[in-house]
Design a protein around this ligand. Sequence first.
Ligand SMILES: [Zn+2]
Ligand SMILES: [Zn+2]
Length: 466
Amino acid sequence: MFKSTLIALTIVLALPYACAPAYRFDAPRAFTGSHFYNPYASSSHTWHRANLHAHGRSWLGLTSASQTDAEVADAYRRRGYAVAAISDYQKIATEAGTDALPAYEHGFNAGKHHQLALGATRVSWFDFPVWQGVDQKQYVIDQVRKSAALVAIAHPSSMSGYSYSEDDFRRLTGYQLIEVINGRFTAENLWDAALSAGHPVWAIGNDDTHDISDPNRFAIAWNTIDAPSKAPADIVAALQAGRSYATLRIGDTDGTEDVTISSVDMHDDELTVTTAGPEARFSFVGQNGEVKKVVRDTKRASYAFIDGDSYIRTVVETPARTLYLNPVVRYDGATLPWPSATIDRWLTSFQRGGILAVCALLTLSLVRRTPMWQRRGRQARKLPRVAAFVIPIAAATTGRADAQDAPKPLPTALREGVAYQSSFDAALVAALPAADSVFSFLETAQAETISTRISGGGLGFGAAPR
Ligand SMILES: [Zn+2]
Ligand SMILES: [Zn+2]
């Protein structure tokens, strides 16, 4: 029975890989053009402080968070935030009030490849729980963006850089934002990898708090968004245009206001950044993260583009704050480039065929292992239960593999959140490959549960839940 269970589990975990196509990514190409896109050009001069990544208690307490969604949203409002998005795992929080951006954090995989879905209308339940290469990461982004206004790559440098590599960011496309600051962790090199490859993606900074009483995870990183109002549509439009900057608080000096941005202007080929508050150090950073110029002890500094400069972004530092401004990039004066990932049909068919053939062989070996027509008794009775578990999942997943090239809405059951609503009869439960706790049952019964967030064994190995 153990081997049969192992084979059944292998089939279930392997089948999603038949969904991901093999992509042909555009070659990296630095920003070019005689015009400059300044994200701050159409400023409304109304700035809103926003946290876009915070967790409340959800999923009956299975995911780690210390307060309710409403308590988390209230804490941010009391701290003076205009926007306090709650980004629970695989769930759009509604308790956060009308000003909140509908959002959730997507991802239930061992590698912490997570995305923030901002302005989300429904939850995407597709993921690869075990391993993800760049094709799988791209496919997940494509799924999440179908029902979200904006996709942000969350904590890209987590797991010591395993989650997303610089090479990933030279190729991945279809997302708009990258969480350059997550708590006290930064990922400037990954952002520069994307920008240097010609991807116009903007920085965000968030607490990713799971406990608002933890001083290292509350009001540490935030966004200052230039939008005419704090209504979700205005906030989304501003983030999409790059009209915001991310702030990291250094040390414990959180009581008073520190340096803030007053204006970012382009005149001909000269970029000028003006700040309010104490004097600061300005660094102008360009292609491949190269620091092109540093100006110290000032409230206003300029940088004149030269021919080889594809983009220039500004970092403003005081002892208490680091501000990451979005870059001014070269473009054609009409539209920003949007590198594409097209599907390689031959390689995709070859990959899918291989995965499905292996799954078919494994299923055959499962059937042969327990020839039910020759046996009676307990062993024979268990086989149909395992088959009843594997076959519908195989059928459902294969169906999505066939359908994925032409974008279609996910099946209703998946849209509505199958993990939450599934029911299992006693016979099926007995046959499931579950271990010693209800958590392992949840993981094996439904691969789309928040498996990396569950302590108690099963698939969520490798890192403490967060
Ligand atoms: Zn995460
Ligand atoms: Zn998170």
